[in-house]
Design a protein around this ligand. Sequence first.
Ligand SMILES: [Zn+2]
Length: 463
Amino acid sequence: MMNLTSNKVIDIQLVQSNEVGNSVRMEKEGFVRSLTMLEERGVNVEAIVTDRHTGVQTFLREERKEISHYFDPWHMGKGIGKKVDELGKRKSTQDAGQWRKSMVNHLYWSASTSSSGQEAVAKWTSDANHMQNVHTHDNALFPRCLHGPLVGEGSRVWLKPKNMKKTVFYPGRVSVVFRKGPLGFLRQDPSDEARRIKDDPSMRDRSAPVKEETVRQNALTVVRVRGGDVTDPKELLGEYILQFGKFKGKSFRWLLENDVGYTLYLIQSHQREEAAGTVVSEGHSKDSLMSFIRYALSFQEINSLLQHEAQKRPVPTPAAEDDQQVGFGARASSTWREVWESRADGYAAFILKKKCAPGTKMHKLQQYLQKRQELSSSSVSSSPVPSTPALPSSASSAEPMEMEDDEELERAMLSISTATEPTDIPLSTPAPVPELQKPSGLERCSLVSCPRRSFLDTFWSFA
Ligand SMILES: [Zn+2]
């Protein structure tokens, strides 16, 4: 240990490798012993200069945060010299070898003429420009080289960046920036902007959906004008404008960047429909949804999130249906069977009449009750919930859907209300809870009773 102000060696430590397990740990051990000795004698150490031994670096960073830690230029210069030597040996980078001496000199000069670390870094990194015959720099701390015009002796073999020649460069290329949580997982909650649109129906685009080809042409123009790559499907689809739902008018890329949760919901709803074999009507909105799903599924991030979600929700086996919990509303803790067996109280009939989105808790209970009802009405005619032919779905499609404590249903409501009702209910205002009704048996949920209709049908019907 040396005091740099007096230029005197103030401590020496002798460490034997078997004291610390192996020779790599000796240097740090000696360093710690010296430093502890100094501190015990009341020396207040403000700054330390060492080589780049990693054990010492870690120790100072974690155990002695208050001490400023510097590396000495001799060791730095030696390391850089070695790397440049390696470059000089390879054919493709051999020109760099000629710069070895001036690079190491420049490092010393950067360290010795600077009054702050940032200034030293600005001077040091300017060398990359200088070696390419560029002498002005994009850094306010060192905006230009201090040398005069370089001719004759000063002129060198200037380096040329290799990559620039080969790859076609799209300065306007834009890629999706996903919002991630602290652990690196995609955030599924809406962004502030998405939330504002969600909460304020007046912000939504209510114009008629346009056809896919128009959407594509617009996207081509946007990508071309900003200098992007129109041959990259991800970049092109990213500029497609959504033709459906509460975020209509926003781009596909915007939706991925602002509401991954809604994206998952759209994909999952579509997958459920496909699995159920329900036919969905055609239309510009539908084309837009299909393109968006294709776009979203081209991202590995979205796929792994879907896989993760699928593992989280095991599909209940039919045998266990009886024991499923209702999970919402006044009968949240009842099982499905209990709801069916106590149907004389009218709750089962109440649920059967509700209009709700597929995949929600209410919808699942509804399907179960319907199955029970069909089974019992085929054998016993005195069922308390008589089975009657369903009303045409159009008769009740204008009714607002019921709120339940289910985020998916809320989302479905918002999407549907965009399409049908100009004066829809903001999410913060709960829908009025209807009174329990005596079983009337006159109507049932149009979505369930007519399997060829679906929530998306209702959704697209405005298109
Ligand atoms: Zn220069």
